[in-house]
Design a binder for this molecule. Sequence first.
Ligand code: FDA
Length: 460
Amino acid sequence: QQIEHIDADVVVIGAGVAGLSAAPRLVEAGHDVVVLEARERVGGRLWTEVIGGTLLELGGQWVSPDQTALLETVETLGLETFERYRAGESVYVDGAGERIRFTGEQLPVADDTVAEMERLTALLDELVADIGAEEPWAHPRARELDTVSFAAWLAQQSSDEVACRHIAMFIGEAMLTKPAHAFSALQAVLMAASAGSFSNLVDSEFILDRRVVGGLQRVPLTLAERLGERVRTGTPVRRLEHTPDGVVVTSDRVVVRARRAIVAMPPTLIPRIDFQPPLPRRQHQLHQHLSFGLVIKVHAVYDRPFWREDGLSGTAFSPYLLVHEAYDNTNHEDERGTLVGFVSDEHADGVFAMDAEQRRERILADLAAYFGPEAANPVVYYESDWGTEEWTRGAYGASYDLGGLSRYGADQRTPVGPIHWACSDFAGLGFQHVDGGIRSGWAAAADVVAALDASRASVS
Ligand code: FDA
C-alpha cells in the first residue's frame, strides 16, 4: 500500500467530538489541519446504527441543559433535538424484589433513608460548590478526599447502609461505571461538579433531558462533513516523533509532518502510540493511573411502547438488580417503543461470563421485573459492548485510581513540546460527557493557535 505524505500546520489524532471540535477552530484561525482517525468511521464513543430496522444510539446520546458547549454546537450545526419521553410513573425494585411505582425524583425508600439521602446529597452539593470542576486537585482538601474510596467515605458520613448504597449507585454504576470502592471521593466530586452539582447529576429529568433527532453521532458526522478531506478515517496512528519545532505522525496510510499535534484520544490508549523521544516520566505515570469503567448499554425494541399504556414512563431504578437503571429510549416519531437499560461494572463482568443466550434472558428478566412480562419479548435486542472495541476498550470513560486525581490531575493536559491533549476524560465541566469533549477540543485548539501565533511573532 502506498503511504501518503502530507504537510500541515496541525495534526489532530482522533475524530471523536474532542478532535472534531478542535479542528474547525484551527481552520477558522487560518491553519492547515489533518485529522487522523483509527476507525473507518468518525465519532468515537458516539455511534448510531440501524439495527433490526430501528435506529439505536450505541454510545452517548443524552444532552442536558448545563451542557452549553454541546448545545451551542448542536445549534450551530443546525441539528434538531427532542425531549426524552418521561410522562407517567417511574418504577423502583427494592431489596426484597418488590416493584414500587413512584413519581418525582426521590426513590420510594423508608422515610429515614430518604432523609439521610437528602443529607448526603446536600453534603455532596456543598463539596461540589466548594471544589468545582476545573481544578479539583488544587483544593486544600483534595488529598484527603482523594485517598479514601467513595464507598468508604459514604460509610464515614452515614450508618444508613441503604442510603449509602443508593448514593454510591448514582456515581458508581450510573456514571464512572466502576464499583464505589474503586474510585475516590474526590473523583466522585469531580463527576458531580461536571454537571454543576450532585443534585443535577442524579436528577434524570435534568441530566437525561434531550436527544438529537437522528442520533448524537450527527454532531461528529456533521463536523467531519464540513472538514471534508481534512479528515482521514482508517488511519490508526502508530508513531509520533517530536522536536520542539514540530511532529512527524505515522499512521497506517498517511504520514503527516506538522508544527503541532493534538492527541484527542482516551488517555488509556495514548501509551499505544510509540512516542519518539518517549513521553516524560510524569505523562508515563499519569496515563497508567487512569482506567476505563465498564457498562453494557442494552436496547430492547418492541412493536409499541407498551409500558406507556400502563401509565409508566419507562424510567426505572434498582441497586438490587443487574440492570440498575432503564429509560424509555423511543426514537423521535417512531411507532416502535424502545427501552434502554444499563448493566455496570462487576455486574457486567458477571453477565459477560454467561453465554449470549443466557445473558439476554437474564437482562430481559430484569426489564420484565420493571415493566412486566411483555418486556421479555422484544423484536430487537442489542448489547453495546464497548469493552471489546479496539479503539475505546470500555465505557463510558476513564477515571483515576485512588489518589490519582490529586497527584496527577494538574498535569493531565499540560502540553509536551508541540503535543497537546484533548478528551472528555480530561475535561472539568462536562467531564466524561460529550460537552466536556467539545470543551477540551476548543481549549486545545486555543492553546495551539496561541502557540503558533507566538512563534510567528518571534520569527517576524
Ligand atoms: P472518543 O473516545 O469518542 O474519541 C477518540 C477517538 O480517537 C476515537 O474515534 C478513536 O477511534 C480515536 N483513536 C483512538 N486511538 C487512535 C489512534 N491510535 N489513532 C487514531 N485515532 C485513534 N456522554 C453524554 O454526554 N451523554 C450520554 O448520554 C453519554 N452516554 C454514553 C453511553 C455510552 C455507551 C458511552 C460509551 C459513552 C457515553 N457518553 C455520554 C460519553 C461520551 O460519549 C464521551 O465522553 C465522548 O463521546 C468522548 O469523546 P472524545 O472525543 O473525548 O473521545
